[in-house]
Design a protein around this ligand. Structure first.
Ligand code: ATP
Length: 488
């Protein structure tokens, strides 16, 4: 029979060495209960489960404790004055918003517990409870808190440095990606990363792996589109000696080699249907059968997959297995196209300019026109295209200030087109740094070119342009061109 609190048979409760070793930093538990026996029982269980514990008898003392040191988990008895207890809960949320609060309550006050959960308690225990129930609730709270702390740290790093590692971007679209990343990094669920080519799917996969608890284990990318199906099968599942001609010795597949690491299945939409079935079985059963083998071997790895294809459409067309889609799509991250987060372009351009600096021993920049061009270009190849364009520019330019003429020809062609075809009135509120030809500029150019072509004959020019002589002179004056200077 399980011992219950306050029946103090706690010596029977086994210490969880595994749980202790998982938590590197000792968390502080604060027990708030009027009942002396209950306080010491809870403290002892907490200590045996690997926490540091402190107990107080009054709400005031609890307040003091919350003000003076970090409380990771608070076990709060709601028995006496439930409303005062709820006030403390409120205050704890203000003083230490991250504290996990577990409510202890007798049956009679279950409604208060429900109320407490509504105001932010994370769990509750109904008295009398079993000792291992208390330990399990504490463990759960500790796990949640560890995840919350890690997610917050990651989010802060992402925010403060314009990215994590090499992920650059501070647009709202990337903020959304970061929020998902900070959550999924701490779990081992499969994640499906969606986005156009060059949007950074592999970079995101590496980041999920590197921010997770198994960062020191291998990250193994597999390009599902680049190998013929038979090679892909032996790459993923391995083979035994003699499985096929040339198999002179057995080889482990990547799924077995990952050992707690991450397999990144890039271009998963390209995986043939028979391999999809085999992969699904491997994920469901957590074991694989190498090619030519009769035995199965267990696998322990996290699966991340990416595609630029529309998997839902592929499922509808029968080209992608629905069950595998659901297995991989436990969480998905959709990466925005670069044209949909234009505010990140200057940051990314600066990042790539800096990245190229050491090789050429130069402090690269873009001149104004080149900067306008990179801001306006639609980047169909996304970040990879931007990176390549800047890298190419750095290798071409003679100085350190890249000009439009240093950039690849699609960009130059786009620029020529933009300059000559985009025309806007000057006063439409569009930022003046857009490479548009304003109507005023176009008009000036037309007037001056016409006068020039007529060798300075303004009367003829006015006739040809369909404007009066006075208007022509007024315009010339506006351009700062006086009598006789129209030839300029
Ligand atoms: N947010 C970012 N910040 C900085 N560099 C990035 C970012 N996203 C992508 N890159 C860089 O752009 C290049 C392309 O990224 P990546 O290979 O991850 O894209 P992808 O979506 O996997 O492409 P594909 O679908 O073609 O495989 C890489 O060099 C990567 O480092």
């Amino acid at each position: 029979m399980l011992a219950t609190v306050p029946n103090l048979q706690i010596a029977a409760y086994p210490q969880s060495a595994h749980q202790l070793s998982q938590r590197t930093v000792r968390m502080n538990v604060l027990v708030v209960d009027e009942d002396q026996a209950m306080r010491s029982a809870c403290c002892e269980i907490a200590v045996r489960t690997g926490f540091a514990a402190q107990a107080v008898a009054t709400l005031e003392a609890a307040r003091e404790a919350l003000r003076s040191h970090t409380v990771d988990i608070m076990l709060l008895d709601l028995k006496g004055a439930a409303s005062a207890g709820l006030e403390l809960l409120d205050e704890a949320k203000r003083l230490q918003p991250e504290t996990a609060i577990i409510i202890m309550t007798a049956f009679a006050t279950v409604t208060s517990a429900v109320e407490a959960m509504r105001t932010g308690a994370s769990d509750y225990l109904t008295k009398p409870f079993a000792l291992d129930e208390l330990a399990a609730v504490l463990e759960r709270a500790a796990e949640r808190r560890t995840i919350d702390l890690a997610s917050r740290k990651l989010r802060e790093r992402l925010r403060s440095q314009q990215g994590l590692g090499n992920i650059i971007g501070r647009s709202p679209e990337m903020d959304r990606v970061y929020r998902i990343l900070s959550k999924v990094s701490q779990t081992s669920h499969p994640v499906l990363i969606l986005g156009e080519s060059g949007t950074g799917k592999e970079l995101i996969a590496k980041t999920i792996h590197a921010s997770g608890p198994y960062a020191s284990r291998p990250f193994l990318p597999v390009d599902c589109g680049s190998l013929v199906p038979t090679l892909m099968e032996s790459e993923l599942f391995g083979y035994v000696k003699g499985a096929f001609t040339g198999a002179n010795r057995a080889k482990d597949g990547l799924l077995a080699a990952a050992e707690d690491g991450t397999i990144f299945l890039d271009e998963i939409g390209e995986l043939p249907l028979d391999l999809q079935a085999k992969l699904l079985r491997a994920l469901q059963e957590k074991e694989i059968r190498p090619v030519g083998a009769t035995h199965r071997i267990p696998i322990r790895c996290r699966i991340l997959a990416a595609t630029n294809r529309d998997l839902v459409a592929m499922v509808e067309q029968g080209r992608f297995r629905k069950d595998l889609y659901y297995r991989l799509n436990v969480v998905n991250v959709r990466l925005p196209a670069l044209r949909d987060r234009k505010e990140d372009i200057p940051l990314l351009a600066a990042h790539f300019l800096k990245k190229n600096g050491p090789e050429y021993k130069k402090d690269f920049t873009l001149d104004d026109e080149a900067l306008r061009l990179v801001n306006l270009y639609p980047w169909p190849g996304n970040i990879r295209e931007l990176e390549n364009a800047i890298t190419a520019g750095c290798s071409t330019t003679s100085g350190a200030r890249l000009q439009v003429s240093d950039l690849p020809s699609p960009l130059q062609n786009f620029w020529m087109h933009a300059r000559h075809h985009v025309i806007r009135p000057a006063s439409d509120g569009i930022a003046s740094d857009l490479p548009v030809t304003t109507l005023a500029e176009l008009e000036k150019k037309t007037i001056l070119t016409t006068i020039d072509q007529l060798r300075g004959d303004k009367l003829m020019a006015a006739k040809l342009l369909g404007i009066g002589k006075t208007t022509l002179y007024r315009k010339l004056k506006e351009y700062g061109i006086g009598e006789g200077a129209a030839e300029a």
